[in-house]
Design a protein around this ligand. Structure first.
Ligand code: FAD
Length: 337
């Protein structure tokens, strides 16, 4: 199935629920569809690859072509003594894949329960939560290279996975459309329960298995994060900043309660939420654009905010954090328009 539409409304295609129009919108469900499109229509001057829009902030008009891969399907492609390999299409809802793996008692994805978005976007920022990152589970990524119009693939170990980062956000950014991903799943899972309150939450359920881990992650996330179906947001707006040890020493001398996570290499990671909260932003609202009342890292659209208003708010936040802590926050969300 393909759909090619002009001036297409993207309100339902971004979790901020921002009203935005794509100049051209191309949706496809089979790899061959995009290959033919590239051969006969061409890319044009500008393009954007759009999954579920849960990591996007759209301005009013998106010029050029929006490519929306909606390839379905989850199939088993290989098996060895300890592992099973599943290939999932780029258009599969991420949490549907996690749910299916847990139901089949296959381990590796359970800590990543309830992350919004599609399978095709998961390798892009190496989605992570509760002590797990998807890069650890990716065997192979298949994609279409847009310029050459050729199918290609990369092994997981060649995807340069790092904290919220991969080759798809750097050398291959906007150059390839991921069509499917092969995941390595464990038949005899080892549970990862060390992160935050996960272990305590699992213990409350009285048994430790993949299903109880999934349910615990879901409960913690539902209690902590606003549901995008109810209130527009794109999860963490900024990345947690990494700074040099010297600056960290100065800051901890001034702010003894500053949370600091050592990384080695004379660098440390700070909690962006703490910095934003200590600049007084939590619960701020102007018009319909605001900062969530319980989560300083989450910018929200209470109804009719525009992308431009949210961008303006993010700049104000970044400037006050820089003035107070000398730390530059970088957005995790992709700002488009
Ligand atoms: C409430 C909430 C909670 C969240 N929690 C987390 C979390 O815990 N951990 C985490 O890591 N993220 C989290 N996120 C962010 C988001 O869910 C992930 O980044 C997700 O992978 C985005 O998927 P998507 O399909 O919506 O991608 P989109 O937002 O549509 O796109 C994201 C990026 O990937 C590119 N892209 C998308 N599909 C493809 C493709 N097929 N081929 C090539 N490039 C592609 C886009 O061009 C863009 O650069 C959260 C978001 C929300 C709203």
């Amino acid at each position: 199935m393909i759909r090619l539409l002009d001036q297409y409304d993207l309100t339902a295609y971004n979790t901020f629920h921002l009203h935005s129009t794509a100049e051209r919108f191309f949706e496809f469900t089979e790899t061959e569809d995009l290959l033919l499109f590239l051969r006969y229509e061409g890319l044009g001057e500008r393009h954007l690859i759009l999954g579920g829009g849960s990591n996007m902030l759209f301005q009013k008009h998106i010029p050029g072509l929006v490519i929306h891969p909606n390839i379905p399907g989850i199939v088993e492609v290989d098996e060895d003594r300890n592992q099973i390999y599943w290939e999932a299409g780029a258009g599969v809802e991420w949490d549907e894949l996690v749910d299916r793996a847990v139901k089949f008692e296959l381990g590796g994805l359970e800590n990543l329960s309830l992350i919004p978005g599609k399978v095709g976007a998961a390798p892009v920022q190496n989605i992570g939560a509760y002590g797990a990152e998807i890069g650890e589970r990716i065997e192979l990524v298949r994609f279409i290279h847009l310029e050459s119009g050729k199918m290609m693939e990369l092994k997981g170990e060649d995807c340069h996975f790092a904290y919220r980062d991969s080759i798809f956000k750097n050398e291959l950014k906007n150059k390839v459309v991921i069509t499917s991903v092969i995941f390595r799943l464990d038949k005899f899972p080892e549970y990862k329960l060390d992160y935050g309150s996960l272990k305590a939450e699992v213990e409350k359920l009285g048994k430790t298995d993949l299903e109880s881990i999934r349910q615990s992650v879901i409960s913690i996330r539902e209690a902590k994060l606003p549901d995008p179906k109810v209130i527009g947001n794109a999860g963490s707006f900024f990345k947690n900043p990494v700074i040099d040890l010297d600056l960290a020493r100065d800051l901890t001398a001034q702010y003894p309660h500053l949370p600091v996570y050592p990384l080695g290499d004379a660098q440390v990671k700070l909690a962006a939420a703490w910095l934003i909260d200590h600049c007084g932003w939590k619960g701020y609202r102007k018009g319909d654009a605001g900062v969530h009342e319980h989560q300083a890292l989450v910018l929200v659209n209470y109804g009719k905010a525009s992308g431009e208003e949210l961008i303006d708010l993010s700049h104000q936040i970044r400037n006050t954090v820089q003035a107070k802590f000398h730390v530059l926050l970088e957005p995790e969300v992709n700002i488009i328009g």
